[in-house]
Design a protein around this ligand. Sequence first.
Ligand SMILES: [Zn+2]
Length: 247
Amino acid sequence: MINGDSEQLLTEIAEIYRQTFARLDPERRPPVVDVRFYPYIGINHTIRVRQGKVFVRLAEICHDMPMDAQRGLADILIRKILGKRAAPRTAEPYEKYVKSLEIRQRADHSRRTRGRKVVTGTKGAIYDLDEIFDSLNFWYFGGRIARPTLTWSPRKSFHILGHHDSTHDTISISRSLDSDMVPRFVIEYVVFHEMLHIAHPAVHHNGRRYHHTQAFRRDERRFPHFHEAEKWIGQNVGRLKRASKGR
Ligand SMILES: [Zn+2]
């Protein structure tokens, strides 16, 4: 589940790709570009062209990257598919950002290994994913959903709140939600959404995969706190992020 206020960011980044195509390949009309953040482990991005459409998958960890670094990355990725040589000056803001990320990650890692308690498994500090899954399964699915691997995300993402990985049969929930600032109906809603991905597998149509079908959206609205939860996420995820950075 993607936090809604990020849609605008994705649109802005897609526009950067369109402009970069127009600049690097002026003969052709810029293609339609679909940009998503993916919970890739590490700093990893992919770009590919399918049926004239360009699909860009950016590592979730680069979500807060400044726009000049996004421009640098767009230049690197697009040059790659156009078979053009790299332009060091344009790529620089991105390279710089990655370096700073790596330093920060190393710092995070050493802080963690220096004896701060690491919560593992489904039991978080506040919420237990196993228990939430069981109760949702009982109340809304008649116990029919086979238990996937449930896990908290390794990093506190405020962008991707939940993710279902059908290949590995895993639901991962952002650790940012394991907080006493988050009402239970909100985390239930996010887990419920990911469980619906199990109940409604992706549908293939004209070479595209649709994850949120009409039937999915209809079922999603059966969650009693649907509107409240959507509203809470829209209004509070930013606040949660600021609170977590203050700590
Ligand atoms: Zn979804």
